[in-house]
Design a protein around this ligand. Structure first.
Ligand SMILES: [Zn+2]
Length: 275
């Protein structure tokens, strides 16, 4: 029952995420006007706006003019629904799960916007940083506890709240500064923009949510998957070297893997180093 409600909640939020993906990069309001067909402008009735089900009933076409509806809409809804289901299984019910839901949904929106427009809107990443920082002390997400040893010693009597806040803040810095530095150096050397400011701010947000270990793991996973896909695309000649591949989706993927498997990966990694 709880699983079903989580899925349902995720589908409904997913429907809203579709609106964000289409409207945010164009600077349009996400509240007004109500959803309408992009071709015939007919407002979509509530019974035609039920996640997934309406798409299937309408066979992917607008009721008014028959314009095909993008497959992306039900896919985003389903993705978000399944993530919420997974989060509830992993984190139980409560504030921590809600925070992770907000985090995952933001990453889904960022991924699709970055794919389409090669931008990551500040309207998501900047409030995201603040949210991560301000709420980190109140949630005990597993990756948010341990600090680097010497930092733990620097503040020996810090309570768990302060430690979590510090971890979130270090995550923000460790996530964003390396990307900023790489982008800056690359720009000096090659005179082309390599790392968008959007990626830097996205990683600030990821770090504030996942702490310093999570931030570093996310960058590693993002760089790894990004370069594998990049090389594959070049080998398959689907891509020109000069064209920029958006990095945001890979960072988002890395962050999502970190949310669910970060603890396991880090323990495994430290284990192989006999630490
Ligand atoms: Zn239409």
């Amino acid at each position: 029952m709880i699983a079903f409600l989580a899925l349902l909640f995720g589908l409904i939020v997913g429907s809203f995420l579709n609106v964000c993906i289409v409207r945010l990069p164009r600077g349009r309001s996400i509240a007004n006007p109500p959803s309408h067909c992009p071709r015939c402008r007919t407002p979509i009735k509530f019974y035609d706006n039920i996640p997934i089900i309406s798409f299937l009933l309408l066979r992917g076409k607008c009721r008014g003019c028959g314009e095909p509806i993008s497959w992306r809409y039900p896919i985003v809804e389903l993705m978000n629904g399944l993530f919420y289901l997974w989060i509830v299984r992993e984190f139980g019910l409560g504030g921590e799960a809600l925070l992770m839901m907000a985090f995952c949904s933001s990453l889904i929106v960022i991924t699709f916007i970055d794919f389409d427009h090669q931008i990551i809107p500040d309207v998501i990443s900047l409030p995201g940083m603040l949210l991560g920082l301000s709420l980190a002390p109140f949630f005990m997400y597993p990756l948010t506890d341990p600090l680097p040893f010497h930092l733990g010693r620097l503040v020996p009597h810090a309570g768990p709240y302060f430690t979590a806040l510090l971890n979130s803040f270090i995550g923000l810095i460790l996530g964003s500064v390396p990307l900023f530095a790489i982008g800056w150096i690359w720009e000096k050397l090659r005179h082309v923009e390599a790392m968008g400011g959007g990626d830097v701010k996205l990683m600030g947000m990821v770090g504030s949510f996942l702490g310093w270990k999570g931030a570093l793991l996310t960058i590693m996973l993002g760089a790894l998957t990004g370069s594998v896909v990049g090389v594959l695309l070049i080998v398959l000649k689907r891509h020109k070297m000069e064209k920029v591949i958006p990095f945001g989706p890979f960072l988002a993927l890395g962050a999502l893997v970190t949310v669910f498997y970060g603890q396991d990966i880090i323990s495994w990694y430290l284990g192989t180093l006999h630490l």
